[in-house]
Design a binder for this molecule. Structure first.
Ligand SMILES: [Fe+2]
Ligand SMILES: [Fe+2]
Length: 193
């Protein structure tokens, strides 16, 4: 199983670039499943229906969000779509869902979206504790678990990776719009159960 995670797509030109490039990349690299962060698709802040449709058309299987989730009110019209998730640790009662489970090549892939708390001006529940609770709930029912941790501080992302080492397939970060390319295989590397 090859999964591609793409960080924040910025603006309509970003969506267009995705439409131009993703089909070729998927084919060349034999990608089975694509996760795209779309929180900046609408003019750099938020997401509208056209952006969402464009990203799906380009080949995204799921669109994740972040601190700009609600920046364009259009989002309320499709936030309950199966292929879009927003940070799970947003305040309870907000529309949408924080994770979803997808079928791909006979396997079940869970994708969880979380938002960080360091230098992130968003009221949110503890992402570490919530991640653990979600994983405990779904782990028997899925084959892979991916987490888009939408956070500012590299340290917070690494801490979540360490905390969930062996419990999820991968944790990756979005939000900074700068690639740190500091991938690591952690000691427990695969899910232990
Ligand atoms: Fe962003
Ligand atoms: Fe962000």
């Amino acid at each position: 199983m090859k999964v591609l995670a793409i960080g924040d797509i910025v603006g309509e030109s970003g969506v267009k670039k995705l439409e131009l490039e993703l089909p070729r990349i998927k084919e060349e690299k034999h990608i089975d499943f694509v996760i795209v962060n779309g929180e900046n698709a609408a003019g750099g802040m938020g997401i509208n229906k056209n952006n969402f449709k464009g990203m799906l058309k380009a080949g995204a299987n799921v669109v994740t969000l972040g601190n700009h989730t609600w920046a364009k009110k259009d989002v309320f019209g499709f936030i309950n779509d199966n292929q879009i998730i927003r940070p799970a640790n947003y305040s309870k009662g907000l529309p949408g869902k924080g994770y979803n489970i997808f079928e791909c090549n006979g396997k079940k892939i869970a994708v969880i979206n979380l938002i960080g708390r360091v230098d992130m001006n968003v009221l949110s529940e503890n992402p570490f504790q919530l991640a653990k609770r979600i994983i405990e709930k779904i782990n028997q029912a899925v084959d892979y678990i991916f987490i888009d941790f939408h956070a500012e501080a590299t340290a917070e992302k690494i801490a979540l990776g360490r905390y969930l080492d062996g419990k999820v397939t991968a944790v990756f970060g979005t939000h900074t719009h700068v690639q740190t390319a500091d991938e690591q295989i952690l000691p427990n590397r695969y899910r232990l159960y």
